[in-house]
Design a protein around this ligand. Structure first.
Ligand code: DOR
Ligand code: ZN
Length: 335
């Protein structure tokens, strides 16, 4: 059995820089047509020059694969209208991080006070630049996303023309907001469709499954599965594949991030097949995102086949999700 996906897209991806970039970029570019690239480098990507140079480094690392990096700038509330107007030519979106909430987000927004963000949000609404949000407070770890929901609601209500993407949602409550506000959308990762907190910390600790937002309860995972498997038009696949070297994961002070880029499509096919929903995978991994972002990706056909794939123990220094385990689908070719 085979399944051909047209232009699969990863709408939330970390490819880092330097040697790590060279290791991980080809693992996305060989099976995806395009990806939204996160700007949380050190320092974060905040200028058009840095963004263009980063884009070139990504393209050089993708081994001439047919692949388009869609760039984002790290959200700052002091970007002027003129700057954003110019930036619009080079970016797909701005990514807002609450300050210090996750890897390399120290320069993020320190208060979600709407008055301080108003001018930027108005400019983005007018210029039709989507706002991507890491929606967590710094409260109790299991409640951070739920606590942030009032911020999402305020943003959505006050800026009805602003397209807001709730990145990597992990809760039933976030899922419920999609029906409430026309201008709210969401990405869902592979790992949050597969795991709950039990897989991270319920038995032996699994550092390679530790990420932010942390995986939640079974009913939360069910709500995400329902959205993804039904290919709800307001959700898109965004892997949030976030590589860290093995020694930064298997240590005290484990870095947050699950590395899924090279196994994402295979594991998604396995999941959608298990639930009898393979026909909805195309919408979840490409069509919905094209409509939400209003863009046409390059043409790339990725064929998966129902053939065992043993996930490598590592890719360079990075350990992927399902390392050493067997997946039921593999990638046959990408043309
Ligand atoms: O687990 C995560 N890792 N969550 C994020 O938001 C950032 C990411 C990273 O950059 O490592
Ligand atoms: Zn991320």
């Amino acid at each position: 059995m085979t399944l051909t996906l047209n232009s699969p897209l990863d709408m939330h991806l970390h490819v880092r820089d330097n040697d790590m970039l060279k290791t991980v970029a080809p693992l996305s570019s060989n099976s995806f047509a395009s990806a939204i690239i996160m700007p949380n480098l050190v320092p974060p990507v905040t200028t058009i020059k840095a963004l263009q140079e980063y884009k070139q480094r990504i393209i050089r690392s993708t081994c001439r694969d047919n692949f388009t990096p869609l760039m984002t700038l790290f959200f700052k509330s002091d970007y002027s209208y003129e700057f954003l107007k110019e930036a619009k030519k080079y970016i797909a979106a701005l990514k807002l991080y609450p300050s210090g909430i996750t890897t390399n987000s120290e320069g993020g927004v320190s208060s979600m006070d709407i008055d301080g963000l108003k001018d930027t949000f108005e400019a983005m609404s007018e210029l039709e630049i989507p706002l991507l949000v890491h929606g967590e407070t710094n409260g109790f770890v299991m409640d951070r996303e739920k606590e942030f929901s009032s911020v999402y609601e305020q943003f959505a209500k006050n800026f009805p023309k602003l397209k807001i993407v709730m990145e990597h949602i992990t809760t039933k409550h976030s899922a419920s907001l999609l029906d409430k506000y026309e201008n709210l959308y969401a990405t869902i990762t592979l790992h949050h469709l597969y795991i709950t907190l039990d897989d991270v910390a319920g038995g032996m600790l699994s550092p390679h499954l530790f990420c932010k937002p942390i995986a939640k309860r079974p009913e939360d995972r069910e709500a995400l599965l329902k959205l993804a498997l039904s290919a709800n038009p307001k959700v898109m696949f965004g892997s949030d594949s976030a590589p860290h070297p093995q020694d930064k994961k298997e240590c005290c002070g484990c870095a947050a991030g699950v590395f899924t880029a090279p196994i994402a499509l295979q594991a998604l096919a396995q999941l959608f097949e298990r639930h009898g929903k393979l026909k909805n995978l195309q919408a979840f991994v490409s069509d919905n995102a094209q409509k939400i972002y209003n863009f046409k990706p390059i043409d790339k056909k990725v064929t998966l086949e129902k053939k065992e794939f043993i996930v490598p123990n590592s890719y360079g220094s990075v350990v992927p999700m399902f390392a050493g385990e067997k997946l039921l689908w593999s990638i046959k070719n990408a043309l």
